[in-house]
Write a protein of this length. Structure first.
Length: 458
């Protein structure tokens, strides 16, 4: 898919939205999971906190009363990361009781870290523990009136929260990566499937242009059907324009030829008169000019027809047989080497006219031999079609560079002894140019003139 294609634009836009949505969703899910993990951890800490508060609030406890283990062995393991601490805050020298796991260390106070009391009367936050690890801690001030004021802290190793969140992020990232690949592949399929009717229209138009079809056929989606309908209407209108142009050209030819014939006949009746001779001379020039321009108009009209393809080998073979009959008296041998797969993107009549002029000219000037070669050349550049090369060689006297330039011009002849109006090569040049081709003249390997005709192939 190229960068400027509609498929690429749809694919890139869909992929961009997929990436943005998945990233946002991943961040939200990760944050939600982290909050849920923190809440679960906080519920666990609050359970221990309520147990300690209940112990503190129990009256008539002896000073050496030892708090229970709270059902968690980690509170007994030194520096395990799980600690509790009870501090009496209404005495001159604060009394501190703590879990065995805290050893001889002390927990920091959340109040000193700026944590605010929640509606439940507690503080929550992260602090640095005795061994430098991060702790999640809950803190609650307890006022027992005459029995004193206390600050109860319970802390747990926050690594559990971080590990759980990190593990979830890994699984989430892997899942979303796989989902991204699936969505990208799905997007590619959807783009290709959705744009398939456009590809089918493109292929159908190529078939019309190459002569394999005349119209866009088949059912198309409602969004594409108007395009196919209008394209078919354009093809029909094009054909109608071509037919009208042909009719006008024929009418013009008849309209001009009749008065021109009258002028020629009247002038011929007074052949001895110099003025009549001049009229006959100019009438011949006019006839040639009219024939030339009418031929160009006819060619241009035919070229607007879409999708005509002509096989070349049968045309060349028919020309060979015709020219051998015409020039039988001179014993001209015509050899043909034509690619059987060669096809001309145009009308058979135009190919016969171009190749016929070249072969007839070669037969007129050849001493004994004419060689015709037909080649199919690969496209010169990406996106272009193949080219058809028709080479006509003769073993006549050939032409110099100046003479070749002269005969290529309209109506120029080097030898008045040969029959013809002199318009043959110029018609070939004009017709080839209308098809996007060209005619070049050079020196033939067999000694005479080489004419190379380059035309669009299929």
């Amino acid at each position: 898919m190229r960068g400027s294609s509609l498929a690429t634009r749809l694919f890139l836009s869909a992929t961009a939205w997929v990436v943005v949505i998945l990233v946002i969703t991943g961040v939200v899910l990760s944050s939600v999971y982290r909050d849920a993990t923190e809440r679960a951890f906080d519920r666990r800490l609050n359970l221990y906190l309520r147990t300690l508060v209940a112990e503190v609030a129990t009256p008539d406890e002896p000073p050496d009363h030892q708090f229970q283990s709270l059902g968690e062995p980690l509170f007994e393991l030194p520096l395990s990361g799980w600690y509790w601490q009870i501090t009496r805050t209404d005495s001159d020298k604060p009394e501190v009781r703590a879990s065995r796991s805290l050893w001889d260390k002390k927990l920091p106070k959340l109040e000193e870290h700026g944590a605010e009391l929640t509606a439940a009367g507690i503080r929550l936050g992260y602090v640095e523990g005795p061994e430098g690890q991060t702790l999640r801690m809950v803190e609650r001030p307890v006022d027992l009136g005459a029995d004193g004021k206390f600050l109860v802290n319970v802390a747990g190793d926050a690594t559990e929260i971080f590990d759980e969140t990190r593990s979830f992020d890994y699984y989430l990232g892997g899942t979303f990566a796989a989902l991204s690949i699936v969505l990208v592949l799905t997007t590619i399929f959807q783009v290709r499937f959705g744009l398939a009717p456009l590809k089918r229209i493109s292929d159908s138009i190529a078939d019309i242009r190459s002569g394999r079809a005349e119209r866009l056929e088949g059912e198309f989606p409602v969004e594409i059907a108007p395009l196919a309908r209008e394209t078919n209407a354009l093809i029909d209108a094009n054909r109608e324009i071509v037919e009208r142009a042909r009719t006008h050209v024929g009418n013009l030819a008849h309209a001009i030829k009749t008065p021109l014939s009258v002028i020629v006949n009247e002038a011929a009746a007074h052949a001895a008169d110099p003025f009549a001779m001049k009229v006959l001379e100019q009438a011949d020039v006019m006839r040639d000019q009219v024939a030339h321009h009418l031929e160009r108009a006819r060619m241009a009209a035919r070229l607007t027809i879409i999708g005509t393809v002509t096989e070349v080998a049968p045309v060349i073979d028919a020309l060979r047989r015709t020219m051998e009959k015409i020039h039988r008296g001179r014993g001209i041998a015509i050899e043909v080497d034509a690619d059987a797969q060669a096809k001309f993107r145009g009308e058979r009549q135009d190919l016969e006219e171009m190749a016929g002029n070249l072969v007839d000219n070669a037969c007129k000037w050849a001493a004994s031999r004419v060689f015709i070669e037909v080649l199919v050349e690969p496209p010169a550049e990406t996106g272009a079609g193949p080219m058809l090369r028709i080479i006509v060689d003769d073993d006549g006297r050939g032409l110099s560079a100046a003479e070749r330039a002269q005969v290529s011009r309209r109506g120029q002849r080097l030898d008045e002894s040969k029959p013809g109006s002199g318009l043959g090569l110029s018609i070939v040049v004009d017709l080839a140019a209308l098809y996007g081709g060209s005619l070049s003249l050079g020196r033939a390997p067999i000694g005479g003139l080489r004419a190379e005709l380059l035309l669009p192939g299929v």
